[in-house]
Design a protein around this ligand. Structure first.
Ligand code: ATP
Ligand code: MG
Length: 142
């Protein structure tokens, strides 16, 4: 098994619904370890830079508005196959298509307000983690 790191973002809707603890508890139960975590309010520029790959998509402006509508929790998770494991725990982008008991099925309110973000590949995970965290803010576990 490959030990990897991946970025999770708990989105504003899940924070408003008081689900931070439920989401973190689920990761810990599935043996993904929190190695960095902070709560921030993203500026428009920071959210746009994070979602730059979606710049030309019709939902880009609305997505940036949503992601800056409240605070978010940024988490670096570490564990075996962490990138694909997190995607599985999160479920499909659209909660209507998400498997039962996935985070999005449990905690999303809509396709946009879908509770969590998870890096979709190892290169994305590396870019996204370094977008938000410096090396000395990350505490790998043995
Ligand atoms: P994320 O990147 O947040 O983990 P994802 O990789 O499953 O989600 P992407 O295709 O990268 O999905 O889309 C990024 C985010 O943009 C989605 O999580 C969702 O919040 C929003 N989004 C995606 N498609 C739509 C859409 N058609 N309408 C509105 N919002 C959308
Ligand atoms: Mg994505």
């Amino acid at each position: 098994m490959n030990k990897e790191k991946t970025l999770c973002i708990i989105k504003p809707n899940a924070i408003n619904d008081n689900n931070i603890g439920n989401i973190v508890a689920r990761y810990e139960k599935e043996n993904l370890k929190v190695v960095a975590m902070k709560m921030v309010k993203l500026t428009k520029e920071r959210a746009e830079g994070f979602y730059i790959e979606h710049k030309e998509r019709p939902f880009f402006g609305s997505l940036v508005n949503f992601m800056t509508s409240g605070s978010v929790v940024l988490i670096v998770l570490e564990g075996d196959e962490a990138v694909s494991k997190n995607r599985k725990i999160m479920g499909a982008t659209n909660p209507a298509d998400a498997e039962p008991n996935t985070l999005r099925k449990l905690y999303a309110r809509s396709l946009e307000a879908n509770a969590v973000h998870g890096s979709d590949s190892l290169p994305s995970a590396e870019r996204e983690i370094s977008y938000f965290f410096t090396d000395d803010e990350i505490f790998p576990r043995s």
